[in-house]
Design a protein around this ligand. Sequence first.
Ligand code: NAD
Length: 293
Amino acid sequence: MAEILDGKAVSDFFKQEIAKEVLAITAAGNRAPHLVAILVGNDGGSKTYVEAKKKACKLVGFEGTVLYFPDTISQDELLAKVNEINDDPNIDGLIVQLPLPKHINENAVTQTIVPEKDVDGFHDINMGKLAKGDNSGYTSATPLGITMLLKYYGIETAGKHAVVIGRSNIVGRPMSILLSNSSETGNATVTLTHSRTQNLKDITLQADIIVAAIGQPNFVSADMVKPGAIVIDVGITRLDDSSKKAGWRLAGDVDFAAVEKIAGKITPVPGGVGPMTVIGLLYNTLQARKRQL
Ligand code: NAD
């Protein structure tokens, strides 16, 4: 049976580490880091994510603010709000929860956040720095959190074959770059696969490390995994489940029950990558504050 990579426990460890750094900042007479999240509309999932981020801020001693706007807000109004926050010296990090309503161009919004406050790492400058292995920017929180998890467990990536499934700009592509960069949690030989990849199973069977970021429950089956491989499941999909109080449950992209019997190490859903994403965000916000001091 695979060892469970316990994102929840590891995130608790990192929260304590971050809280210590916040104490040192405030003990020196400086204000605590301040993260602002913008939520447009009423999507239940997005609200849950944003509230979890705010709660995590509080736990580590950050100031966390959520600004709610109706989905009737115009793009210009939203951009004006972003610019106001860009100019506010008391705010270190800004995230705009995606997806946004259809009449708002997500790229226009993410590119308006100044790179220095773009703690989600979506700005072209931060993506460019990531691609060049320049650590002065911000890396998308989910891939960053995954590398922190790998590091915590002492998982060697150098020289390993890592197969990333999914090429989104927020997970798959930055993950593939981080794993291939010349760094402590990089130096892997990376194959980035996607919806047009042929013979995916032949490729994943060669993987020492699989990162699944597709958004299709149980997509990665046991026959796609080499014995002993490390399996990181990024997927989060809500599935109807009348046996649950909420009427739904979360499912990952990996058939956990079957793959757990073959893999060497595996992340569960929930309790794997999700909590580490929050840590990635907190880490970036702490960096943003420290870079101002
Ligand atoms: P996305 O929809 O932007 O990208 C999905 C990717 O999967 C695409 O690049 C596509 O090419 C690839 N894909 C689709 N079908 C495929 C197939 N048959 N074979 C190979 N590749 C295929 O999604 P995303 O934003 O990257 O998110 C992926 C999943 O991760 C979602 O379930 C999302 O909810 C979840 N997610 C979780 C966290 C977290 O904190 N755990 C953070 C972000 C996203």
